[in-house]
Ligand binder design. Structure first.
Ligand code: G3P
Length: 220
């Protein structure tokens, strides 16, 4: 079970990393744009905050370009940076070449179990089904996670981890984990929602108030 953050905001990553349960971070070109910062600088900073795998995405659309970008990123960035590749025929070929060189990959923009299966066959370290974007079309994104996990069960030799992405709410996280997804990547807001409960806050307040009375009575 792995919990990743889906953001390129280093302040947020620092905050969640302090909780001691952050396993990795995923970025993509849109998240880098949102950060307003230089791609390699921000990924490098993230990789120094969180020891787990940090996904950095290539933007070439041909295999040669993807591999070239991947090698440059591996050369320039910290060891824990892994390469995010789009789920296209060219991306599969790049994934295969990178996996043969021992470079970890995250095959992204997966919307079907067959895409996930082909990416696994190419040697992907992670496959990223985008469940929220499937929900947005009126279909059921969690159904895709269930389908992928059922397929994986038939082939115990598959080592590729299923990384549920495009998470929209805390229930998505719990459901993905209950379906057996290895990893979930989520925005910071959802990480915060997962830990927060009004009854926990209310309970703490009451305990602290009562403890004040205990102290006042000199019984602490
Ligand atoms: O890591 C990319 C994925 O999580 C995208 O999420 O919210 O843009 O669909 P979203």
């Amino acid at each position: 079970m792995e919990f990743f953050l889906d953001t390129a905001d280093v302040d947020e990553i620092r905050e969640i990393a302090q909780w001691g349960i952050l396993d990795g971070v995923t970025t993509n070109p849109s998240l880098i744009k949102k950060s307003g910062r230089d791609f390699k600088t921000v990924v490098s900073e993230i990789a120094n905050i969180c020891a787990g795998p940090i996904s950095a995405e290539v933007t070439s659309m041909n295999t040669e370009g993807m591999v070239k970008e991947a090698l440059a990123l591996k050369n320039e960035l910290p060891e824990n940076v892994i390469i995010k590749v789009p789920c296209t025929p060219e991306g599969l070929a790049a994934t295969k070449q990178l996996s043969e060189r021992g470079i970890s990959t995250n095959v992204t923009l997966i919307f079907s179990a067959s895409q996930a299966l082909l990416a696994a066959k190419a040697g992907a370290t992670y496959v990223s089904p985008f469940i929220g974007r499937i929900d947005d079309t009126g279909a059921d994104g969690l159904q895709l996670i269930a389908e992928i996990m059922t397929t994986w069960e038939q082939y115990p030799s598959i080592k590729t981890k299923v990384l549920a992405a495009s998470i929209r709410h805390p229930t998505h996280v719990l459901s993905c984990m209950q379906l057996g997804a290895h990893t979930v990547t989520m925005p910071t807001k959802i990480f915060r929602q997962l830990i927060s409960h009004p009854l926990t806050d209310k309970g703490i307040k009451a305990f602290l108030k009562d403890w004040e009375e205990v102290e006042k009575a000199g019984h602490a």
